[in-house]
Ligand binder design. Structure first.
Ligand code: HGY
Ligand code: MN
Ligand code: MN
Length: 412
């Protein structure tokens, strides 16, 4: 059976396990939030898939699941830290099937193919399921990798709350993960000699490429961040309060959203306000407060900061305030690793992205990191419409297989 046929068959087997897990039958999108029941089912699935492939499962102090082929501690002590592949299984609200899971499934299939071929790695190979990459429930993206690398303080993480006011600490405890040990984990980090995350492309560079190219290597991630802005108002009756007597928080919120779009366009960035909370939230009650969450990104960090400053200024004009919730600086993956992967894969394109990833957090923590992107025919992501062809997913697995042969086959 050809490599592509084997990777396609392996992909189909694992992919079918996940299709209905955490899927909303109404929208067709996925609601797989950190430390939820859906997340528990996904973690159990991962543990089963790992055991079936003879890998050793370790859960780190932040809840990230690591499946090892070989002894990562002995190898790290001998100066040969492991090669890790994988991604995340959680989603945004009504997210697509591929963002995250494609990287985890591809890693499991690539390792399965290596083991079946009788390959003996010279370095341990790890497959990881990173917890809470999307930050959909508690608001901080890449929470698992930010905690692991020490850029998210454990006390802040434990206190983050979801829409129901439940803290991350409580949610973790309910899921059987002790939150008291959250924090930087040097032992886990020491096991990682290189991390290569495969991900569906969240854009159309490959789809629009002249040459038929299912796979690319990632070079960098745009600077991006999340800011919460709160606009105050005065609750009052929608029907009996004269317009001139109103303090309507929604007007300030709307002005901030318009300012975000206008400023992003002016500064060559992108800005999104996809989440809003209105108090009290009654159709016939003038809002006493409106909270919004701004996602701003761009190739130039100063330009992104200018967009945020303009939104903060407008929010201030309505008596509101804005606060940063997370920031990821311009992130360059390891140039020598990027070149090595692109060459090994026959000169595939090297492309940047505006999407954040755990690989970016690891790169900024000084780990040797790169990404592989699999063609997305529509470029659509964070939507039930996200998809990739089976042939391209198989090509991604073959590429990851090749990368592991290279990085774990000898001196990585
Ligand atoms: O938001 C992002 O860029 C990523 O999908 N977490
Ligand atoms: Mn995503
Ligand atoms: Mn992702």
């Amino acid at each position: 059976m050809s490599s592509s046929a084997r990777s396609a068959a392996g992909f189909r087997r694992l992919w079918s396990d996940l299709q209905d897990l955490g899927r909303d039958p109404g929208t067709g999108g996925y609601r797989r939030f950190a430390w939820s029941a859906e997340d528990a089912a996904l973690r159990e699935w991962f543990a089963g898939a790992v055991a079936a492939r003879g890998l050793d499962l370790v859960v780190d102090r932040n809840g990230n699941q690591w499946a090892w082929w070989g002894d990562p501690d002995a190898a790290a002590a001998a100066g040969r830290p492991g090669v890790v592949v994988g991604s995340h299984l959680d989603s945004v609200p009504d997210g697509g099937a591929f963002d995250g899971p494609l990287g985890v499934v591809s890693a499991l299939v690539a390792v399965e193919m290596l083991r079946e071929s009788g390959f003996t790695p010279q370095r341990p190979i790890g497959v990881v399921n990173m917890v809470d990459e999307e930050g959909a429930r508690f608001g901080v993206a890449c929470a698992g990798s930010r905690l692991l690398t020490g850029v998210l303080h454990p006390d802040r993480a434990r206190g983050l709350t979801d829409a129901d006011g439940l803290s991350m600490a409580t949610a973790m405890r309910s899921a059987g993960q002790d939150p008291s040990h959250l924090g930087r984990d040097s032992e886990t980090l020491a096991r990682i000699g290189a991390f290569v995350e495969l991900h569906i492309e969240q854009g159309r560079l490959l789809a629009d490429a002249e040459k038929d190219t299912p796979v690319a290597v990632g070079s960098d991630i745009w600077p991006h961040g999340r800011w919460r802005f709160d606009v105050p108002g005065e609750a009052n009756h929608a029907g009996t309060t004269r317009l001139e007597d109103r303090e309507d928080a929604m007007l300030g919120f709307a002005a901030a959203v318009i300012a975000a779009r206008r400023s992003a366009k002016a500064h060559g960035c992108v800005a999104t306000v996809g989440k809003v909370a209105v108090t009290p939230g009654g159709v016939n009650a003038i809002p006493s407060a409106v909270s919004g969450w701004l996602d701003a990104r761009g190739a130039d960090a100063d330009a992104v900061r200018r967009v945020v400053a303009e939104v903060e200024e407008v929010t201030g004009e309505f008596g509101g305030r804005l606060a940063e919730e997370s920031w990821t600086p311009t992130t360059a993956f390891d140039p020598s690793l990027v070149r090595r992967l692109a060459t090994r894969l026959g000169g595939v394109p090297v492309i940047g992205t505006g999407a954040g990833h755990d690989a970016g957090i690891f790169a900024n923590a000084g780990l040797r990191t790169a990404m592989l992107f699999v063609r997305n025919p529509t470029g659509v992501s964070h939507s039930p419409a996200e998809w990739a062809t089976e042939a391209d997913c198989a090509a991604g697995i073959d590429a990851l297989h090749e990368v592991l042969l290279d990085l774990a086959g000898g001196v990585a």
